[in-house]
Design a protein around this ligand. Structure first.
Ligand code: SAH
Length: 420
């Protein structure tokens, strides 16, 4: 990107405001990052042999399998850049064989690093085509001599014909096999394969903003859906009565339980399950849930998930999204279910890229309750005996009529019409 960060912020803000313009939610603010460079705590690169037969690594070019090498990646931590270039020399010196995607032969495929900006702990993962790693001990010895501040080294086996970096199996070669990182008042355990927000500083800004907008109360029972290693659950647990964190990745849930213990939080329960499955089960038993915080992957959530939220009569939803397009699609589904959009806020979690995070706060339209109370009042003033149970069965057409009457009476001042 050849534009200034100020201009990038302006463009992103315009994009997000244009995208959600028809929702009439007011100006969407965008929180910027203090440092738009070298913020990524996770780095991954793919190996190849240079023309001069040196081992080099780089990133795949977009939509292709060409590897573009760069000595200094401007997004990842400076520490990762330092380790990767030192490692390239060590690998070249020890003549480690490099994987060739076309012939599917050779050994070393990728390097993967996770760095704790606050703890200074660093995890190095070497991804190899199978378990065999001739020259491994020499590589470890040379790295040790260089004293780069690597706190753990893991070998990950990936024999699949795919551009997904990490395989399912791994072996710890040095140290504990994971790192710790602190964010705000909390400490988190990060293993090679568990999800962790890539921008450590941005993550704190994002969570604090989401919590501020959520206006939580001490009695709230909250679901943190798509909870990863439990970071949001832990951040919000001190403001509420109980949190249920649900996540599909079992490894992440294991880490979440450990994170809960490290941080001494005792009002969180973590569940390894598909978020839609979990919430639909709750809907069947009509559990009382006050707030849902959801942070799904780029594909967004599902209709069934959103419908179950409505069925549970959840009053407030905080939707954190890394993909504004699927957020928009899912918001329509919320509107279908009588939720109103209260406010939105964006956080520039990924400076110098096209991505950002958006928070949307939704509230269940309390109009139906209001109308029911109105009917109750009228009936009370009426001398006729009246069956309370029937209240829940106001025909939809009648509700629409009452809605119209109310809009007319209030001169559209409190316009709760769906905002799209
Ligand atoms: N809230 C966390 C993680 C967000 S990323 C954080 O801020 O760190 C999205 C997470 O959703 C990932 O951890 C992914 O494993 C999980 N996920 C993906 N599909 C899911 C599903 N169907 N049910 C539950 N979790 C899912």
């Amino acid at each position: 990107m050849h534009i200034t960060y100020d201009y990038e912020i302006e463009l992103k803000k315009k994009h997000i405001n244009d995208l959600f313009k028809s929702f009439h939610v007011g100006e969407i603010e965008l929180s910027r990052m203090y440092n738009p460079y070298n913020y990524r705590n996770k780095s991954q690169m793919t190996y190849k042999l240079s023309k001069s037969k040196n081992i080099v690594c780089g990133l795949y070019e977009e939509f292709s399998h060409n590897i573009i090498t760069a000595d200094n990646n401007i997004l990842q931590s400076k520490k990762a850049n330092e380790v990767i270039s030192a490692l390239n020399k060590v690998l070249t010196k020890n003549k480690i064989s490099v994987y060739d995607e076309k012939t599917r032969t050779g050994l070393l495929r990728h390097v993967f690093i996770r760095y704790g900006f606050n703890t200074k702990e660093l995890m190095l993962v070497l991804v190899t085509n199978g378990e065999m790693f001739p020259g491994r001990n020499n590589v470890l010895k040379d790295l040790n001599k260089l004293d780069l501040g690597i706190t753990t080294i893991v070998q990950n086996f990936n024999t699949r014909d795919t551009s997904i970096v990490l395989g399912d199996k791994e072996k710890v070669l040095y140290g504990p096999g994971f790192i710790y990182e602190t964010v705000g008042d909390y400490k988190f355990k990060i293993s090679p394969r568990s999800f962790f927000q890539v921008n450590t500083f941005g993550m704190k800004i994002l969570y604090e903003k989401a919590i501020e907008l959520a206006k939580l109360s001490k009695n709230d029972i909250v679901i943190d859906a798509y909870c990863g290693v439990g970071t949001i659950s832990i951040f919000l647990s001190k403001y509420v009565k109980q949190v249920y964190g649900v996540e599909i990745n079992r490894g992440a849930i294991k880490d979440a339980i450990i994170n809960q213990k490290i941080n001494d939080r005792n009002n969180i329960e973590f569940i390894a399950d598909d978020a839609t499955n979990f919430i639909t089960k709750l809907a069947k038993t009509r559990e009382k849930i006050d707030v849902v915080v959801m942070d799904p992957p780029r594909e967004g959530s599902t209709k069934a998930f959103i419908n179950a939220i409505k069925y549970l009569n959840v009053k407030k939803v905080i939707y954190i999204s890394c993909n504004p397009d699927t957020l928009k699609r899912d918001l329509y589904q919320f509107f279908e279910n009588d939720y109103n959009l209260e406010c939105m806020h964006a956080v520039d979690m990924f400076p110098r890229t096209l991505h950002l995070e958006t928070i949307a706060v939704l509230k269940l339209d309390d109009e139906l309750e209001y109308l029911e109370n109105l009917v109750k009042e009228n009936k009370k003033n009426n001398t006729k005996k009246y069956n309370e149970n029937k209240l829940r069965y106001i025909p939809k057409a009648d509700i629409e009529m009452m809605r119209e009457d109310r809009y007319e009476a209030e001169g559209f001042k409190n316009n709760k019409k769906k905002k799209y």
